[in-house]
Design a protein around this ligand. Structure first.
Ligand code: PAF
Length: 286
């Protein structure tokens, strides 16, 4: 497997692959990989001849108050995990690990912005976050020139925003959103789970319990968002007494329009701070 650290070398690798008639799938990540990422890499392998995983803790998507310096990193382990996931196919694979100063030169000033889809949920709470995500992914697309890109459903708004960007900017890329991978107790896999001590880890399952409660209520015929939200809040407090609920929201899964009634295509998403760690999760309810 090739470890590529410069933009020029990545571009030349992509050109070589294209010249050989090989298709490429990209899996953009911020590293500190877990089974969720591994599932994206495995999916990418099924979709194309060459898999390029990118590892870049993107400063542009962190607000000054957020955890950029603290974000967990373990490059050697990431490389091992990707190699193990790809097996023999790692011969044809590459990992692109660019430097921040190459991705964002000192006088960098060009941004890619998806306007409306980023005005709600995570975008409303983290106003500069998505512009950082779309800009870095557009850059990665331009450098890697993939035929396929794979993202995870856990960050469903991110996947929607990037899907819209891909379509709007006319990237000739097959855009795949792969299912969330969960721990045995239901907690969505996330690099941020590494922040938890044992107690926090137990409490973190609160988000999943809340989403399951919503699903059960909808199955039982309750569709009003109000009572479902109250029950979800109660479940979260019972599981994690100090949890701070940022939002519990019901939206149309295609447009992100707010829903006060759960109907076909409604997705429930939530953001909760458990012992200081902010987690997000979501579930399509109908
Ligand atoms: O989901 C992530 O890890 C990041 O937001 C992404 C898509 C790699 C962009 O930095």
């Amino acid at each position: 497997m090739k470890i590529i650290r410069s933009i020029k070398s990545m571009q030349s690798f992509s050109r070589q692959m294209a010249a050989k008639g090989k298709t490429t799938a990209v899996v953009p990540t911020m590293g500190y990989l877990h089974e969720g990422h591994v599932s994206l890499v495995s999916r990418a392998q099924k979709e194309a001849d060459v898999v390029v995983t990118t590892i870049f803790v993107n400063p542009a998507q962190f607000a000054p108050s957020e955890d950029l310096a603290r974000y967990p990193r373990d490059e050697k382990r990431d490389i091992r995990l990707i190699e193990a996931a790809l097996g023999k196919a790692s011969k044809n694979a590459a990992i692109f690990i660019p430097k921040a100063e190459d991705m964002y030169p000192a006088d960098f000033e060009t941004w890619v912005i998806v306007e409306k889809l980023t005005s709600v949920l995570e975008g409303a709470r983290r106003p500069t976050h998505f512009r950082g995500v779309t800009t870095v992914v557009a850059k990665l697309f331009n450098i890697v020139r993939p035929d396929v890109a794979v993202f995870g459903q856990k960050d469903f708004q991110q996947a929607m925003v990037l899907g819209r960007m891909t379509r709007d900017l006319g990237y000739p890329i097959k855009f795949i959103v792969a299912p969330t991978v969960r721990e045995e107790d239901g907690l969505a896999k996330s690099s941020r789970n590494a922040y938890f001590d044992e107690q926090g880890r137990w409490e973190a399952v609160a988000l999943y319990y809340a989403l399951q409660t919503a699903r059960e209520m909808v199955k039982a015929g309750i569709s009003a968002a109000g009572p479902i939200t109250r029950e979800m809040q109660a479940v979260i407090r019972a599981t994690s007494p100090t949890a701070e609920i940022d939002y519990i929201a019901f939206n149309d899964a295609k447009t992100l329009e707010n829903r006060t009634e759960v109907s076909k295509g409604t997705i429930c998403s939530l953001a909760v701070r458990i012992r200081g760690v902010r987690l997000i999760d979501n579930l399509k309810l109908k």
